[in-house]
Each structure stands twice: as C-alpha cells, then as structure tokens.
Design a protein around this ligand. Structure first.
Ligand SMILES: [Zn+2]
Length: 256
C-alpha cells in the first residue's frame, strides 16, 4: 500500500491510498489534481472516503464519483451530497480495490459529525481530517471543547507508531504556538528543527506519528504541569481540569 499526499489549494493534502493499480482517495477537495495524479500514476479510482463536510474536503467528490462510478464513504451525521455509505463509530469498512480495512471513529468538534478512519495492524494508519494536526488541532466550528477533547483522546489512545494523515500543512505555525505554551519541552525543540528542515526542502511534515504528538502537541498534553501553568497564566485564573485547559489553549491559539 502506497500513500501519497496530493497538494491542493493553499495548504491541503488530498490523500491517495494505492495498491495493485487501484486507489482510494481521502477528502478530495478538488477533482483536478486527483485526476492528474491518477493519470500520471496509471491508477484506477475505486473508492472515495470523506471525513467531514467542509468544501476543501468534499469539493471534488461529485465529479470523481461521476467519472469513476465508485462508492463514496462518509459521515452518517453530516449532509454531504453523493455519499453511498454513511458511517459512524465502530463500523468497519473494506475499501474496495485496495484490500484495506478501516474502522470508523466519531470525532466531533471541528464539525458536528466529523469521522476518522483507522487501519489497525502491523503498520497502523489514521486519516483524521481536520481533527488532529501535527502539533495542533482543528478549530471548533460546530462542537464544544468537551467534545473535541474527547475526540482527541480517542486519537491519542491509538498505538504510538500510528502514522496520522491530517489534511493541512500547518505544522511550523503550530510548533510556534506549542513553544509559547511549553518552552521547557526539549522534544518540541528537536521536533522544530527536523520539521523546519523538511519544509526548507519543500517536503511535507505529514504524516506524523501519534507518539510524537503525545510528546509535543500541547492539545494532547492538557494534564502536563507546564501546559496547565501556561494556560492558567493566559486565562488569568485557575482552570478546573483538562477540558478547561484545552478550551483555553484553543481560544489562545485562535488569536495567536
Ligand atoms: Zn474542515
């Protein structure tokens, strides 16, 4: 199984999972770059997977489905035209054509019905849309901090070696925020150096490893003393627990 990030728009990655000449695409916000990639690689599209309803994730869905006549998987709880299979927590799918199975997690917060796709096994994979980013997390457009914190906790519980494929290249700006929250985190400093080197060579920083996120992503570290202290300093008051710390960090990041 080979996974490629097809760049689109300003900073999106549209993920193509290919095996044996067939491919599935995750979150095709635009059909054109996907069609160009499939043509260049000689791939046949056999499935489309969507994580949530935002246009930069589903904008190319109808055109690709019409061309390739393939099934379209997506969240049961969102209105997305053209879905042929509506999924929610605990369901398992066999993605046609590529011989891979995925389990569905409900991860509300960025949007109300956002789902994530998890492939378990020797080389675990996560397609998390706009829920978890490298060193960051999605904005709360439709959900509460409680929901998003619970969604992130589900992703944080995956094996450390899980490769997580998020939908945007936000890593360096996320790391700048993480440093403001946790200036004492040495692993964050070394991560900054190696992610900056990748960007300097125009390489993606995604996928990221869940283990590295646990060590450096402040939104997954709301019980760490330095993270709590920084959030409380920013709030100007005591915070009552990890969800309040998370909510303060998210608010702080929105204006960072
Ligand atoms: Zn989104």
């Amino acid at each position: 199984m080979q996974i490629d990030g097809v760049p689109a728009f300003q900073d999106n990655y549209l993920w193509v999972i290919a095996a044996g000449g067939r491919a599935a695409v995750v979150d095709p916000g635009d059909a054109d770059p996907i069609e160009a990639f499939l043509a260049r690689e000689g791939l046949e599209l056999t499935a489309i997977l969507a994580t949530h309803h935002h246009g930069d994730h589903v904008g190319g869905l109808a055109e690709l489905a019409a061309h390739w006549k393939c099934p379209v998987f997506g969240p049961a709880g969102e209105r997305i035209a053209g879905l042929t299979q509506r999924l929610s927590e605990g369901e398992r799918i066999e993605v046609p054509g590529i011989g891979a199975s995925f389990e569905v997690l409900d991860v509300p917060g960025h949007t109300a019905g956002h789902i994530a796709y998890v492939h378990r096994g020797a080389a675990p994979l996560l397609f998390c849309g706009d829920t978890l980013f490298a060193c960051g997390c999605g904005r709360l457009f439709e959900g509460t901090p409680e929901q998003m914190a619970a969604s992130l906790a589900k992703l944080a519980a995956l094996p450390r070696e899980t490769r997580a494929f998020c939908a945007h290249e936000y890593t360096l700006s996320n790391i700048r925020f993480a440093e403001a929250v946790e200036p004492g985190n040495a692993r964050l400093r070394s991560r900054k150096a190696h992610e900056a080197a990748k960007r300097a060579h125009n390489q993606p920083t995604v996928p990221m490893l869940i283990g590295e996120e646990l060590d450096t992503n402040p939104f997954l570290r709301c019980t760490e003393p330095e993270v709590i202290a920084s959030a409380e300093r920013h709030a100007g008051r005591r915070l009552a627990g990890p969800v309040e710390v998370f909510a303060e960090l998210r608010q702080w990041k929105n204006n960072f």
